[in-house]
Design a protein around this ligand. Structure first.
Ligand code: NZQ
Ligand code: ZN
Length: 384
């Protein structure tokens, strides 16, 4: 196992009614910028509850609403301008990953003199941020407890992830009941996203991370067990609670400790979203089994076999056979969740494959099995 340092200072308040902890925002000042999406938080009464608590605690509330799924830089810029104009003290996101990511870059942009897009392209330019708080309403990205934010400039077909320790939320509220209203499509896409975060960490060439691999398998088994239950029974508390907690731990750094990982399916998916504005988790569900087939060979079969045996209970002694079954199980799981299996199903053809691969390869070449631009094009083509 390689050396590491682990420090995740995000305070989590998990469970029913934990939104009451929004009173803690007053530790960061008086003026809060509330960032949210297209209205789900108003329909579900979360907005009213949050405003009531903020008002009771003497906080002055400013708002940026209408954050898009695949949040746009234009919305970030609106938020940054408001923060600077009103001397905002802190940012509170209520929603899924898009609202939280948007809030993170607003918070960083408020402390930066240039254009916020610089911070998306060059994470090193992030040298501070306003305190960030979140109330999570969708189990998927793990943004509630990680350093990342993903922002798009669709005028240029660009979608990039940026990161900084300054963008770790100071506190996140995670009430599983808030996810009862998440529609089936987003429940499935969120589950696929958590699965992909876990797999990107699981497939590493550092073989000594025994415990990390078991953590990954625990999360994967949780998703395989509770994902379908949450689809069938949207208000099943245990299912929603387990998916929610899995979302945080798949990407908060724990799984990659002591190993070396360079994500590759994610950068390839971000190009699909950048060109076609598709749902992130759906793109991942399509690409993952094709990446697995590409990455499977005599040297890697052992790892896919381990995954199949420990997550899906594949009872097959031969590694290559077990590996192939594991990939079949992955496909079958995504199908059971109602996720698309090919790019055609989400309206994507081969028009931009070369352009997408040229961009994706700049961010991540993959470490378990290194990928060239041509390899990425081959995976996109297979997924058609
Ligand atoms: O906008 P509203 O009205 O809130 O509706 C949203 C949106 O339409 C809806 N929704 C959220 N909570 C709901 C709800 N509907 C009913 N009830 C609720 N409780 O769901 C839709 C999708 O929301 P969004 O926030 O876009 O989804 P998600 O959490 O999957 O975030 C996706 C974004 O995060 C990025 C993705 O690329 C994408 O841009 N990612 C962020 C990461 C990170 N910060 O670490 C890592 C990920 O790999 C990912 O790239
Ligand atoms: Zn993701």
């Amino acid at each position: 196992m390689n050396n590491f340092t682990y420090h995740i200072p995000t305070k989590i308040h998990f469970g029913k009614g934990k939104i009451s902890h929004l009173c803690e925002l007053k530790e960061s000042g008086n003026k809060v910028l509330l960032v949210y999406g297209g209205g789900s938080i108003k329909r579900e009464g979360i907005y009213d509850k949050a405003i009531e608590i903020l008002n009771e605690n003497g906080l002055e509330v400013f708002e940026i609403s209408g954050v898009e799924p695949n949040p746009r830089i234009e919305t970030v810029r609106r938020g940054v301008d408001l923060c600077k104009k009103e001397n905002i003290d802190m940012v509170l996101a209520i929603g899924g990953g898009s609202s939280i990511d948007c809030a993170k870059v607003i918070a960083a942009g408020a402390k930066y003199d240039g254009d916020a897009w610089d911070l998306v392209l060059k994470p090193k330019l992030i040298e501070g941020a306003l305190p960030i708080y979140s109330v999570l309403t969708l189990a998927a990205t793990g943004s509630e407890m990680d350093t990342f934010a993903v922002i798009s400039d669709l005028t240029k077909n660009e979608k990039w992830g940026t990161f900084s320790a300054y963008m770790l939320p100071k506190m996140s509220v995670m009430d599983p009941e808030y996810t009862f209203s998440v529609p089936a499509k987003q429940t499935a896409a969120g589950t696929a996203d958590i699965m992909s975060h876990t797999l990107e960490n699981y497939f590493t060439n550092v073989k000594e991370g025994f415990m990390q691999a078991r953590f990954c398998e625990g999360i994967l088994k949780t998703l395989v067990y509770y994902g379908p239950i949450a689809l069938r029974q949207p208000d099943n508390y245990e299912a929603r609670a387990n998916l929610m907690w899995a979302s945080s731990f798949a990407i908060n750094g724990l799984l990659k400790l002591g190993s070396e990982v360079t994500w590759c399916v994610h950068p390839m998916e971000h190009e699909l979203s950048a060109f076609y504005d598709i749902t992130h988790g759906e793109g991942l569900a399509i690409l993952t089994p094709f990446w697995m087939e590409f990455a499977l060979n005599e040297d890697t079969a052992y790892k896919f076999a381990e995954y199949g045996r420990n997550v899906f209970g594949v009872a097959e002694a031969d590694d290559m056979k077990a590996a192939k079954k594991a990939i079949e199980c992955t496909r079958a799981f995504f199908k059971e969740m109602g996720l698309p299996a090919t790019l055609k199903e989400v309206g994507i053809d081969d028009t931009y494959f070369a352009e997408m691969a040229a961009k994706a390869v700049k961010r991540a070449k993959g470490s378990f099995v290194p990928l060239t631009e041509e390899d990425m094009i081959a995976i996109y083509k297979a997924a058609l």
